[in-house]
Write a protein that binds this ligand. Structure first.
Ligand SMILES: Nc1ncnc2c1ncn2[C@@H]1O[C@H](COP(=O)(O)OP(=O)(O)OP(=O)(O)O)[C@@H](O)[C@H]1O
Ligand SMILES: [Mg+2]
Length: 487
């Protein structure tokens, strides 16, 4: 798929990520709306149940558990009849309800009183809300008691439905429909839920009851907790998957670039010694240097050095290949770190004999031994010293030191080069990685394999390597190796 290049893949991944997160959110919003509707329905049911129970209790005081009574007054047929009964009150028809309990039975009387002068104005037709024998005070007292009962029944029903929100009620005048508390009525305007108006006593009607729940958020979050949890986990997982994808894409692009750079560097690294050797041998034959032993010796030395360099490069690549394939076998033995460092420093001093490179070696006073592979550890020191010289500009001053603690041996390589920015301090250990566009080290050749090899070898020895130093003032590489354990 040619079109699926890195350049196209990245926006595609972004779009896919945004779309999948967007879909999750849209789904949640839909679910939220549906749940809100369901909670409102449950509240409708709760208030209706409470009102029905409250009315039932108002006709059966002291006989609440009478089974016959219950099957009649809580039946759907009675509910229908009761609605008509209530409706009549609205229309100005006086209805009267009476229940009397005897030892063996209960008598219930329902009477209607309809005004005669139906042509009279509506106001004149109004009949007193008081039934016979009732006074306003007694009715108001009863109304208060029943209101408290109604409210606690509503709360119980809400609890049963697991709706535990702050709520309040508004009382409306049964005849006029006007709210009792203007303040509550205003508060109810922006409420999430307002119930229908319900009566709560069958014997009289002074007020109707309305439940108001200002906010349903707590209940909605409670009911949606599993959906929210799984959505959150899905978003997190999707985010993680995309992040991982990006990382893979980035490192793939990095490796593609690095491999190209590596090929370029290797071509240079391999071609230069070959060209130098070719030129040296060519000169020997062309100018018949067999007759000039001093010059011939000089050319042969150059050739030998170049062959040595070539050999080192080949070793580096082969070592790394073996290391990455897990085929390398370390030959562990008692290894004297100080001796190893000394020999590497010495050979480096010989290599850099121009007088421009200063290598200061500060050995430890105590002997420092580790259980290690002499060949690979020497390579490690060589690589770090080589880097310190390569990247420290025209006058490198390098300090190599060693310290021993009871558990560890610390080996430090300090240079006076440009230092390494924080963002590159882990990446320099990646295969092929070379710090890009650093003007000071721009023309320094290398394969980008040295530090990767160093880290792998140190890890295999159970140690670690750290980079520190101040930018512009130099770099410090510190190796920690477990000290030799005699047991
Ligand atoms: N002492 C140092 N000071 C500044 N930068 C350094 C130092 N050592 C390493 N680096 C940076 O880290 C990069 C990786 O180093 P590494 O030794 O892995 O590769 P190299 O030196 O480029 O190639 P090789 O060692 O394989 O010939 C270098 O290219 C360089 O940019
Ligand atoms: Mg290097």
């Amino acid at each position: 798929m040619k079109w699926l290049s890195h350049r196209n893949a990245q926006p595609l991944v972004y779009v896919a990520m945004i779309a999948s997160i967007g879909l999750q959110i849209a789904w949640l919003v839909q679910l939220f709306d549906a749940q809100k509707l369901q909670v409102k329905r449950d509240l409708d049911q709760a208030v209706a149940n409470a009102a029905r129970m409250s009315e039932y209790l108002s006709v059966a005081p002291g006989h609440e558990n009478n089974a016959n009574f219950k099957s009649f007054f809580l039946s759907p047929q009675w509910l229908q009849l009761k609605q008509a009964y209530t409706q009549m009150r609205h229309m100005g028809i006086m209805s009267r309800f009476e229940s009397s309990f005897r030892n063996d039975s209960t008598q219930i009387k329902i009477a209607l009183r309809i005004a005669n002068n139906s042509s009279a104005p509506k106001k004149a037709r109004k009949i007193s809300i008081l039934d016979d024998g009732e006074t306003m005070e007694s009715v108001i007292k009863e109304d208060r008691r029943d209101l408290i009962r109604m409210d606690s029944l509503v709360k119980l029903e809400c609890e049963r439905q697991k709706i535990n929100e702050d709520s309040f009620y508004i009382l409306y005048d049964y005849m006029t429909g006007k709210p009792g508390s203007r303040e509550n009525w205003i508060r109810s305007k922006n409420a999430d839920y307002k119930s229908e108006h319900f009566g709560y006593n069958l014997n009289f009607f002074i007020h109707s009851y309305q439940l108001v729940v200002p906010s349903l958020t707590k209940t909605l979050f409670y009911r949606m907790r599993y959906y929210l949890g799984s959505s959150f986990a899905m978003i997190l997982l999707t985010g993680l998957a995309f992040w991982f994808l990006f990382k893979v894409m980035r490192s793939e692009r990095f490796y593609t670039n690095a491999r190209l750079a590596f090929t370029g560097n290797m071509t240079h690294e391999l071609k230069t010694p070959v060209a130098v050797i070719e030129a040296a041998l060519d000169s020997i034959t062309r100018y018949e240097l067999a007759n000039d032993p001093i010059r011939m010796d000089h050319y042969l030395k150059i050739s030998k050095n170049e062959i040595h360099r070539l050999n080192q490069i080949i070793d580096k690549v082969l070592n790394l290949e073996q290391l990455d394939n897990g085929n390398i076998n370390l030959r562990m033995e008692l290894y004297d770190i100080q001796q190893g460092l000394e020999s590497v420093v010495l050979s480096m001093r010989l290599r850099e004999n121009s007088g421009l490179v200063k290598i200061d070696y500060q050995p430890s006073e105590d002997p420092c031994f580790v259980n290690g592979d002499p060949v690979h550890l020497t390579n490690v020191f060589y690589n770090l010293l080589d880097n310190a010289i390569k990247y420290s500009g025209s006058k490198p001053v390098i300090k190599v030191s060693c310290k021993c603690t009871t558990s560890h041996v610390l080996i430090m390589f300090q240079d006076n080069g440009p230092g390494i920015e924080n963002i590159y301090r882990t990446r320099i250990f990646e295969r092929f990685f070379r710090i890009p566009e650093n003007p000071d080290i721009h023309n320094v050749k290398g394969t980008g394999l040295g530090l990767h090899y160093v880290k792998e070898i140190i890890n295999r020895h159970g140690g670690k390597i750290e980079v520190s130093g101040i930018l512009g003032q130099g770099t410090l590489f510190t190796i920690y190796l477990p000290a030799y354990d005699e047991i």
